[in-house]
Ligand binder design. Structure first.
Ligand code: ADP
Length: 632
């Protein structure tokens, strides 16, 4: 018997296949089951118009048989089978997909579902098998054929016996090695798991004979004698897949519990989802999706290890467990799945990435998520605030990253704690602004309690204006990206110009500054390298001093930037020490204005005080302590 060679390009592909394309060997089963289901689909399609098929829908099934003694796994279907020529064409050449040809030739009705469109799946069998045998009999043919191959060396085709139409694929599994356990694919439990993981929604039953054991019925005598029961084995035929995917059922027949239960089971989350959405998109692209917003962030959500993505199905067959391209980073918290008939089933993630259909689906999904969130914000405020606690940070990162390219999409989803002790949206903030308020004010600090005590907030609060409290590292960076909201600029309470004009007072302070120019210069000089200027403050009311900054980088940003790796205190805000001219401390300073030694000490003290209020490290605690003692 002549051993035929695979076509040259097939050989290379086969080699690649065995060694690299699929990282999870277990998916071979998904591939073979999909092929079987495709073959059944074809015969079922024929049976609709051809009585000679003699089978009705309920007769069709895929069978799995595992035999531990011979280390073989068999996948059998009663689908359309293959002729000798088809065997040659389909299994001798990779990437000549018979399914695709059938689809085009027969102009299949829209609802006909054929999964395979790319001829590589079958060869994945060689990832786990040293030998693959295919016994097949095509519909309408009297002869059956046997195709055998041990991989790269080629294959043989011979005539064989087979009673009924269909195909039987027999895998002789590879021997176990230190790294790989192939025997597990003979294990009933493992097989059941794989089917429910990858092929649960194949619409024909996947059946298996499963061996169970039960105690043998005992006679009363034996029972009384206290004999231990004997066990006997019996075989039961089980259907391993549930066949109809939840997402393909009509919404009206599903209850909230169905969706929630599905989520907790499928995504291994103890907590019920906060929100779900069942999308049936019949337009272009056509797809069904189940989208869930978890109620809590997974423990690794804000770490590098976290991998975003939705499950991707093509006609009920799982293609990818986490398709990251379906979700933008800022919606990376969404879990769920997408099932589409419009996808061309490519072999690798790399190729899928460039798929136009996939991109369109991703766009449509992003819109859905955004709308759902807006709806929740409008109608279910409490829920939204819960969501915000779990995932708000991610949205703020989204505003900031990519140079703010997504800020318009995200700005209306943001919440901030405000000086009024509640969470507000930017829209709520702006709507509540009194007419004379020019800017959206914000103050940053480590915690709300700390910010509340910041001297810089006094004037703005005194005016009755609301302030947004920024406590997360990313906040101020995100605000800087936004720049404006509804034509209103953001303004830090530490900024020079707060837009709270009081010309009279300003002039008064200016005059005082000129009067005391000499004194302020001595102070500034003594703090050179630490602050750029010492000025008299317009914003302080009860506090003696505060620090503010000039230019783009605020004190908070300085703190954040310098905690980033590789940024060893490189970034410095341009600090300004502000002194309250109405505070009694100012009188003390003035009385020391001819004593520059004393003035320098006061300057150091006040600067350190300001640092402490700001929650920043002080340069020289011992000196500070000595100064206090000395001046007391
Ligand atoms: P794909 O399924 O993506 O087309 P495969 O390499 O898995 O690629 O299969 C190649 C071809 O072999 C299929 O298109 C189909 O025509 C044929 N084939 C594979 N398995 C079966 C089967 N169980 N019954 C009938 N034909 C099959």
């Amino acid at each position: 018997m002549e051993t035929k060679q695979f076509k040259a390009e097939s050989k290379r592909l086969l080699d690649m296949m065995i060694n690299s394309i699929y990282t999870h060997k277990e998916i071979f089963l998904r591939e073979l089951i999909s092929n079987a289901s495709d073959a059944i689909d074809k015969l079922y399609f024929k049976s609709l118009t051809d009585d000679k098929v003699g089978l009705s829908k309920d007769d069709f099934a895929v069978w799995i048989t595992a035999d531990k003694d011979s280390r073989t796994l068999k996948i059998t279907d009663n689908g359309i089978g293959m002729t000798a020529e088809e065997l040659e064409n389909n299994l001798g050449t990779i990437a000549s997909s018979g399914s695709l040809k059938f689809k085009t030739e027969n102009k299949l009705a829209e609802d006909n579902q054929i999964i395979g469109q790319f001829g590589v799946g079958f060869y994945s069998a060689f990832m786990v098998a040293k030998k693959v045998t295919v016994i097949t009999k095509a519909y309408g043919s009297d002869t059956a054929y046997r195709w055998e191959s041990e991989g790269i060396d080629g294959y043989t085709v011979t005539e064989d016996e087979k009673k009924s139409t269909g195909t039987e694929i027999i895998l002789e599994l590879l021997d176990d090695t230190d790294d790989e356990n192939y025997s597990e694919f003979l294990d009933t439990y493992r097989i059941k798991n794989l089917v429910s993981k990858y092929s649960d929604y194949i619409r024909f039953p996947i059946k298996m004979e499963v061996t169970h054991s039960r105690p043998v019925e005992m006679s009363d005598e034996d029972k009384e004698a206290g004999k231990t029961p004997e066990y006997e084995e019996y075989i039961e035929i089980e259907t391993l897949n549930s066949m109809v995917p939840l997402w393909k059922k009509s919404k009206s027949e599903l209850k909230e519990d169905d969706y929630k239960h599905f989520y907790t089971e499928k995504f291994y989350d103890y907590n019920e989802p906060l929100k779900y959405s069942h999308v049936v998109n019949e337009g272009v692209p056509s797809y069904n999706a189940l989208l869930y917003i978890p109620s809590k962030a997974p423990f690794d959500f804000y770490s590098k290890e976290f991998e975003k993505g939705l499950q991707l199905y093509s006609n009920g067959v799982l293609i990818m467990d986490k398709c990251g391209d379906l979700l933008p980073d800022y919606f990376g918290f969404v879990r769920g799945l997408v099932d589409s008939e419009d996808l061309s089933l490519n072999i690798s993630r790399e190729m899928l990435q460039h798929d136009r259909q996939l991109k369109n689906i991703a766009k449509s999904i992003e819109k859905t998520i955004s709308n759902e969130l807006k709806k929740m914000l409008r109608n279910e405020r409490e829920k939204y605030e819960e969501f915000w606690k779990a995932f708000g940070l991610q949205l703020k990162f989204g505003v900031y990253s990519g140079y703010g390219m997504n800020k318009d999409k995200l700005q209306d989803l943001l919440l901030f704690t405000s000086s009024q002790g509640k969470l507000v949206t930017l829209d709520e903030y702006v709507t509540a602004m009194p007419e004379e308020q020019k800017y959206i004010y914000y103050a940053s600090g480590e915690s709300i309690a700390r910010i509340e005590q910041l001297p810089q907030t006094e004037l703005v609060k005194d005016k009755g204006f609301e302030i947004l409290y920024l406590t997360d590292n990313v906040d101020e960076f995100a605000i800087k990206m936004l720049m404006k909201y509804k034509e209103k600029e953001f303004r830090s309470v530490s900024a020079d110009d707060l837009g709270i004009e009081n010309t009279e007072k300003q002039e008064e302070i200016k005059a005082k500054e000129e009067e005391n120019a000499g004194m302020l210069k001595v102070m500034a000089d003594s703090l050179s390298g630490k602050v750029n200027k010492v000025i008299l403050s317009q914003r302080l009311k009860s506090h003696p001093v505060c620090l503010s900054s000039e230019g783009e980088i605020s004190l908070e940003m300085e703190k954040v930037l310098n905690t980033m790796p590789g940024n060893d205190n490189q970034v410095k805000a341009q600090r300004v020490l502000e002194i309250n001219p109405e505070h009694e401390i100012f009188g003390k300073l003035k009385s020391a204005s001819d004593n520059s030694e004393k003035l320098e000490k006061y300057a150091k003290l006040l600067y350190t005080q300001a640092l402490l209020i700001e929650g920043m490290p002080i340069d020289n605690p011992v000196e500070f302590s000595n100064l206090i003692c000395e001046l007391m």
